[in-house]
Design a protein around this ligand. Sequence first.
Ligand code: DOR
Ligand code: ZN
Length: 349
Amino acid sequence: MASPDSLTLTRPDDWHLHLRDGAALAAVLPHTAAQFARAIVMPNLKPPVTTAAQALTYRERILAARPKEGPGSGFAPLMTLYLTDNTPPDEIRRAKDAGVVALKLYPAGATTNSDAGVTDLRKCYRTLEAMQREGLLFLVHGEVTDPDIDLFDREAVFVERQMIPLRRDFPELKVVFEHITTREGAQYVAEAGRFTAATVTPQHLLYNRNAIFTGGLRPHYYCLPVLKSEEHRLALVAAVASGSDRFFLGTDSAPHAAQFKEHAAGHAGCYTALSALELYAEAFEAAGALDKLEAFASFHGPDFYGLPRNTGTVTLRRENWTLPETVPFGDATLKPLRGGETLRWRLVN
Ligand code: DOR
Ligand code: ZN
C-alpha cells in the first residue's frame, strides 16, 4: 500500500512532558503548545512540586507562558504532584480539588531532580490508597536504583520487584508505566489488565543504544531510562504498532542547556518537543503502522485518563525540512534531538 503524503489527526496530547520553570519554561512551552492540546506536566522542579498549592501556582506560570494568539493559545497543562515518602494522604483530596490528575513516582536517585523521591514504596501505602479511592493516577518512573543492578536491567528488575507487588496491593489504581524501554516492560503492560498503561517516547521507538556511541559520544541521545538494544526497540515498536490501547504518546521531552548535555557529567534528557509528532510519524511509518498513529497520539491517552478526546485536527505533510540545530533557552541554548538533520514529515498548522 502506498504511503499517504499527508496525515490529518485529531489534535493530540503529550502524556509526559518536562516544562521546567522561569526563562526555560518560556522558551519551550510554545513548541509543545504548537503540537499538542494538553500535556501531563512533570513535577520534578527544584524544589519539586509536592503540594496542591504548589501545583496551582505552577499551573498559573505555565498559563502565563502560553502564546497570546494562534493554535497554542488554548494549550491546557494537566498537573501532577511529586510523591515523597512523606506525602500525607490528606494531600490527595486537596490535589483532586485543585484539578491535579496524577502523582509521579521517582525512585530516589533514579534521574534528574529525584533526590526527594521515594525510598520505599511501602512508606506511601496510605497515600496510594487515597489515590485509588479518589481516582488520581500513579505515574511511575520504572527503574530500580540498586547500584548492584546493571543500568540496562533496571526496568526489567523494577517489573519484578515493584510493579507486580504494586498491582497486587492496589488492583484498581490506574498506573502509567512511564517511558517504557524494554521488551519486559511492554510485555508486562500488554498483559496487566485495564488499569495499567504505558507511555512511549519517540527516541525509544527510533533508536537503540548504538545511537549514543556512533562516531563519538553523542550526549543528546542520552536520557533515562537509557536507550536499550535493538531487541527492545523492536518490542516497543511492535507494542505501539499492535494498536493496543494500553500504549500512548508521552514524549518525555526534557530540556537541558547544551552546555550541561555536553559536559563531563552530562544531564539526562532528549529535547523532542519541537518536532515530536514528526518523529513519531517517522517511527510509525517505518513500522508500516501510520494508520495506528492517531489512536496512539490522540485517543488512548484521554481514554485511559478518563478525559474527553480533543476536537479539532492537526496535519502532517510529507516534506523534507531541516530541524534547527539550536534554539534559544533563556541565557543558554538548547539542542533538539536530530537538530541540523532532515526530517521527513512536517506539521502544518
Ligand atoms: O532523561 C530524563 N530526563 N529522564 C527523566 O526521568 C527526567 C528527565 C529530566 O527531567 O531531565
Ligand atoms: Zn520524564
